[in-house]
Design a protein around this ligand. Structure first.
Ligand SMILES: CC(C)(COP(=O)(O)OP(=O)(O)OC[C@H]1O[C@@H](n2cnc3c(N)ncnc32)[C@H](O)[C@@H]1OP(=O)(O)O)[C@@H](O)C(=O)NCCC(=O)NCCS
Length: 446
């Protein structure tokens, strides 16, 4: 990709630059000095701006960018999103094709290694993971210490962080062979811990991994098996697998940034991933599908939809599951999820809330308010309905998201470690507090 000198908002009549170059010219009107900065991949280096100073003592110019709205914090070859066109690709492969044809473990391998595995590579990868599905008995004791009604995400976050104490060798993050073992351990043990958290809430004994089953089959069995028995439903298992694939990575989202940021301190990957789980726990990130269900409950019946839409348009509340920071088009994952809904409801029977959701979507997509703001259904609009139909309680939806997102977190963590440009993450601030002032002894305070 080449960049030419572009001056934003240049009026059509302005004199064009004499020579076109991949640089940006800046004049500091405080000093009258001009600077030229290289442009690469549509960016300038923020640190180049430090040359812009008013005096030798001046620290240099910074950018102010809360929430990283316009700052690329890394180079990444993992996931590509074009939010305007509604495109999502992992390592170049369209999400639609992966969802249709790949297994979750194949996608995880692709995210880590950059290429789809050969049969022999996939067999080894699958066998390595199978070998590590059990957790140390003391982890179970640790989980048993949680209150009977502990939120499963809180349990997962604590348990994954605790794993670092069971594998102190994980701190050798510079050794690729060691990193591979920790990735395998996390991929293998996260479903086990997630299933234990699922059963903890129900007061059910933990069901141990069954390594004769595949990755998804084993996970589902650990959650739903009663008395050692569970009748697998292959349609529902494939639907769950596709949902995990759709969530596997989404470039520099909040939880992935958390994993990268915490991992940049060179802590072990269990601790870095637990930071990702913590970020995902927040309602602005992983919790929106639960909000969609609450909204559908509030609407109650199809006839109430127009009044609800009017309320949203008047600024009272939002249409949950609509809109996205990046996608200004139909979220490609939402399209795929809608198809999965048909398969799932074919097995479980129709959820009356789906009819409300479909009608809500139809009306919203024809409404000027939503069209003008480019608000389309996002991944969460239908996923909660599907999870509910499959028998998962609402507080468990985010755990399923975490199991799906793990390969993305780990792939991004490793990419960050290998990236020579990266250092410990440490943003700057604009200090707005007091200037120096003397300490006030207690007797003199008001
Ligand atoms: C996802 C979300 C946080 C993105 O927010 P954002 O990129 O910061 O967009 P903004 O909040 O600036 O919204 C832009 C405009 O669209 C409106 N808007 C955005 N999402 C809306 C929604 N779901 N319902 C109604 N109006 C919405 C805003 O009110 C704003 O309107 P205005 O320009 O008249 O003020 C936002 O769309 C949202 O809250 N959606 C519902 C929650 C959800 O589904 N989250 C899951 C995301 S995967």
């Amino acid at each position: 990709m080449t960049d030419t000198l572009t001056l934003p908002d240049r009026p059509a009549s302005a004199t064009p630059p004499k020579t076109m170059a991949d640089t940006l010219s800046v004049t500091d009107n405080r000093t009258g000095k001009s600077y030229e900065f290289p442009i690469a991949d549509g960016t300038i280096k923020a640190t180049d701006l430090r040359q812009i100073k008013t005096s030798d003592e001046d620290f240099g110019l910074m950018t102010y960018d809360p929430a990283f709205m316009n700052t690329a914090s890394c180079r990444s070859a993992i996931t590509f999103i074009d939010g305007d066109k509604g495109i999502l690709r992992y390592r170049g492969y369209p999400i639609e094709q992966l969802a249709e044809q790949a297994s979750f473990l194949e996608v995880a391998y692709l995210l880590f290694e950059g290429e789809l595995p050969s049969q022999a590579q996939l067999d080894k990868w699958t066998a390595d993971i199978r070998y590590h599905t059990y957790v140390h008995t003391n982890v179970i004791k640790f989980l048993e210490g949680f209150r009977y009604d502990a939120h499963p995400m809180g349990m997962l976050l604590g348990a994954v962080g605790a794993l670092s104490t069971f594998y102190p060798d994980a701190k050798h993050i510079d050794d690729p062979a060691n990193r591979y073992v920790q990735k395998v351990r996390l991929m293998a043990k996260l479903p086990t811990l997630a299933a234990f958290a699922f059963r903890h809430n129900r007061g059910l004994p933990y069901e141990f991994p069954r390594n004769d089953l595949d990755y998804i089959g084993n996970y589902v069995n650990m959650m739903f098996s009663i008395g050692g028995k569970h009748e697998p439903n292959k349609v529902l298992q494939r639907a769950l697998e596709i949902l995990l694939i759709l969530h596997a990575d989404h470039e520099q989202n909040c939880s992935t940034s958390a994993v990268r940021s915490v991992g940049s301190s060179h802590v072990d990957p269990f601790s870095a991933v637990s930071a990702g789980i913590a970020a995902l726990y927040g309602p602005l990130h992983g919790g929106a599908n639960e909000a969609v269900l609450l909204m559908l409950d509030e609407i109650g019946e199809k006839k109430n939809i127009p009044a609800f839409i009017e309320k949203v348009k008047a600024g009272t509340g939002r249409l949950m599951g609509f809109g996205h920071r990046v996608y200004k088009n139909y979220d490609p994952r939402a399209k795929l999820i809608k198809r999965i809904a048909d398969d799932v409801f074919g097995q479980t029977g129709m959820n009356p809330k789906l009819e409300i959701a479909l009608e809500l979507e139809r009306i919203a997509l024809e409404d000027e308010y939503f069209i003008k703001r480019k608000l389309y259904p996002n991944v969460d609009f239908y996923s909660g309905l599907i999870y509910q139909a499959m028998g998962y309680p609402t507080d468990y939806f985010t755990v399923l998201f975490a199991v799906g997102r793990l390969p993305g977190w780990l792939a991004q963590w490793e990419e960050m470690l290998k990236d020579k440009d990266q250092k410990i993450a440490r943003p700057r601030q604009i200090y707005t507090g007091y200037d120096e002032r003397p300490f006030v002894p207690m007797k003199n305070r008001k």
